[in-house]
Design a protein around this ligand. Structure first.
Ligand SMILES: C[C@@H](C(=O)O)C(=O)SCCNC(=O)CCNC(=O)[C@H](O)C(C)(C)COP(=O)(O)OP(=O)(O)OC[C@H]1O[C@@H](n2cnc3c(N)ncnc32)[C@H](O)[C@@H]1OP(=O)(O)O
Length: 254
């Protein structure tokens, strides 16, 4: 069973859809591998102008890390390996030399919000809920999400979202500047294509040059250090009793 569907548009968009709707598009190691492969392909292929990341089904964009699998990561070292793997992938997404979009087709929770934060644009179906809820699980963002949020939103806005750890409507997140367009969602991909049409009329060299103008600052040692320090801090919290209890409570409920 495929965990992701990758499609090409003749106008230069690659669509990457996480395909685990029965798990609300939770990210396991297979999804990570497929995303890594797709990012590398988009980076190299000069026919590709933009990457759009979305989820399949009507319910969820992405529910974050696969808790049924990652509950077994008991030590800081084991958690760190998983978090660094996905963190490295999101770092390459953040610094990809082509513009990227998170097309949020439903709920985005935990690491799902980090995945979206790594993208340049975030378009959401009206009514979607966005939850940087990691604080309520006794952890922090563990894939570089806070570091990216602090880059992309004003400081107090980003800190407020992280410390609240609540689910927030796409409409409210639009007011905060994290969502760039709220879409009706009757034909989400077509609505997304319309927004991207002006960008796609530029050559790939122009798109690449502008994206690199933005991404250079994230390639500095100082930024990388902050990004991976966040991941280490989250690994230390991963094995805490509070986190174990929160995961068990979710898994026993469902
Ligand atoms: C790595 C870390 C980080 O931030 O760095 C993280 O991401 S921590 C991960 C943070 N993520 C979460 O805490 C999200 C937990 N999920 C939820 O809160 C919820 O499932 C929603 C995403 C709001 C969807 O609610 P809804 O009522 O639509 O569905 P549901 O809860 O009945 O879930 C449907 C099925 O998907 C599974 N499911 C949902 N989210 C999952 C996840 N993250 N990992 C593993 N399985 C998951 C449920 O167990 C259930 O499986 P069965 O049908 O077999 O019973």
């Amino acid at each position: 069973m495929k965990v992701a569907i990758v499609e090409y548009d003749s106008n230069g968009i690659v669509w990457f859809a996480i395909h685990r709707p029965e798990k609300r598009n939770a990210i396991n190691f297979e999804v990570m591998d497929k995303l890594e492969e797709t990012i590398a392909m988009v980076e190299k292929n000069d026919d590709v102008k933009m990457l759009v990341i979305t989820g399949t089904g009507d319910e969820a964009f992405c529910s974050g890390g696969d808790l049924s699998k990652f509950q077994h990561l008991h030590t800081t070292e084991n958690a760190k390996q998983m978090l660094e793997k996905m963190g490295t992938i999101l770092y390459s997404l953040l610094t990809l030399s082509k513009p990227t979009v998170a097309l949020i087709n439903g709920t985005a929770i935990g690491g799902g919000c980090e995945l979206a934060s790594a993208c340049d644009f975030r378009y959401a179906k009206s009514g979607s809920k966005i939850g940087f809820i990691q604080g309520k699980l006794g952890i922090t963002t563990g894939w570089g999400g806070a570091t990216m949020l602090f880059e992309k939103l004003p400081y107090t806005q980003a800190l407020d979202i992280l410390l609240r750890a609540e689910r927030i409507s796409a409409e409210k997140m639009y007011e905060y500047g994290w969502i760039h367009a709220v879409l009706p969602g009757n034909n989400l991909r077509e609505e997304c294509r319309e927004l991207l049409a002006p960008y796609l009329s530029q050559s790939v060299s122009v798109l690449r040059a502008y994206k690199m103008a933005a991404a250079e600052k994230w390639k500095s040692d100082e930024f990388r250090m902050r990004f991976f320090a966040e991941i280490r801090r989250c690994s230390e919290l991963w094995g805490s009793e509070e986190h174990k209890r929160a995961i068990q409570s979710f898994l026993n409920k469902s």
